[in-house]
Design a protein around this ligand. Structure first.
Ligand code: GTP
Ligand code: MG
Length: 345
């Protein structure tokens, strides 16, 4: 790892517009210029910059939103140095602070929508699964959460004009239920080359909740040179639920989960990507009316998800997806099917 990133840093140096003669002559394109580099931060020399990059921090915004303790841990720096770096990043990064509604609308214009290729689901979601959002899919076992994850992973690789993101997918698998064979079937269902699709889906098995959280940092590290457009965590809650048992652990669990969700949301914002998490349900026997099935994760997750979809099995192999919570869409339901080729109307 260290050697790899050293090599990376070296090529960066070699490729870098040397601040001497040629640089001013080159007409920089819009994409290359405006953002200052992490080397421009006070107190960041090449060695520290390398440490930061190795820990997955390669732009100022990613640094500006860290807490000193976490940055010190993740990048193996002293806390005083981390504080200084964060302070510098806050000043230099284009954080924006408060912006006008108009500017927000501008940012919202960047939002892309990923098709499920199921008309009823896309309609329910106002056109598809949005980037810059965290979508939670919950339901009982066998309700089809993992199927949605697989299908959207495939669809994410579709070109933009077909409703995809032409993007790379990171898939954190906590239950060992990712199946490349299923991706192959679904890719064929869209007439795509399965090998090509599989090459764009990067899968990691998470062995426990701590590992699961670390894998988000790993995504930051690995995302260079990739067009990261979707991050899937299937399931978000199973490890947390299994490891933090009983009321005494609840606060700790929720704190960790909150941190994890913030990290994921940050990935969604920085990459203009979609984060999809699946979640289990538990039965609330004390519910007097309505459906006693409730998603795990409590208020922390309820607040973090931008959209919540509740899946149920229905007669004849059909599935029902219910939009439970959305900032700008009415609640509603739709029906679809899981077939060998994937999700269909
Ligand atoms: P848990 O992870 O156990 O909580 O369940 P889940 O919600 O992730 O369920 P999953 O997405 O794994 O759905 C499994 C169901 O999808 C199966 O019971 C089948 O009904 C359906 N399914 C999976 N693969 C196929 C397939 O190739 N063809 C068809 N027709 N259905 C499939
Ligand atoms: Mg599953």
């Amino acid at each position: 790892m260290a050697t790899k990133s050293k090599k990376k840093a070296k090529t960066e140096l070699e490729n870098n517009e040397s601040p001497t003669d040629e640089a001013p002559v080159m007409m920089p394109t819009e994409e290359e210029v405006p953002e200052p580099l992490i080397e421009d931060l006070p107190g960041v020399g090449p060695a520290t910059a390398e440490k930061l990059r190795e820990a997955g921090f390669d732009d100022l915004l990613a640094l500006a939103v860290m807490s000193p303790g976490d940055l010190a841990d993740q990048a193996e720096l002293g806390e005083a140095v981390a504080t200084k770096i964060i302070g510098g990043a806050k000043k230099m990064a284009n954080i924006g602070g408060f912006v006008s509604g108009g500017a927000l609308l501008e940012r919202r214009r960047e939002v892309l929508k990923l098709t499920s290729k199921v008309e009823s689901i896309d309609d329910l979601l106002g056109g598809g699964f949005e980037t810059q959002a965290l979508v939670e899919v919950y339901g009982a076992f066998g309700s089809g959460k993992t199927q949605i994850g697989h299908q959207l992973a495939v669809n994410c690789t579709l070109p933009l004009e077909e409703g995809g993101f032409d993007g790379d997918v990171f898939y954190i698998d906590t239950e060992d239920t990712f199946r490349p064979e299923r991706i192959t079937q679904m890719a064929r269902g869209h007439g795509l080359d399965p090998e090509q699709v599989l090459s764009r889906i990067h899968v990691a098995r998470a062995y426990n909740s701590a590992h699961q959280m670390l894998l988000v940092d790993e995504i930051k590290r690995m995302s260079k040179g990739l067009n990261v457009k979707m991050i899937i965590v299937d399931s978000l809650t199973s490890h947390f639920r299994a490891e933090f048992i009983g009321r005494g652990m609840l606060a700790n669990r929720q704190q960790k989960l909150n941190r994890h969700l913030k990290d994921l949301k940050q990935l969604a914002d920085v990459n203009n990507a979609l984060v999809l998490v699946t979640n289990q349900v538990h039965s609330k026997p004390d519910a007097m009316w309505g459906d006693p099935t409730k998603p795990v994760g409590g208020h922390v997750l309820a607040h973090a998800s931008t959209f919540r979809l509740y899946l149920r099995k229905a007669k004849g192999g059909r599935r029902i997806a219910r939009l439970v919570d959305s900032p700008n869409l009415p609640d509603g339901e739709c029906v679809y099917q899981v077939t060998q080729e994937g999700l269909r109307d």
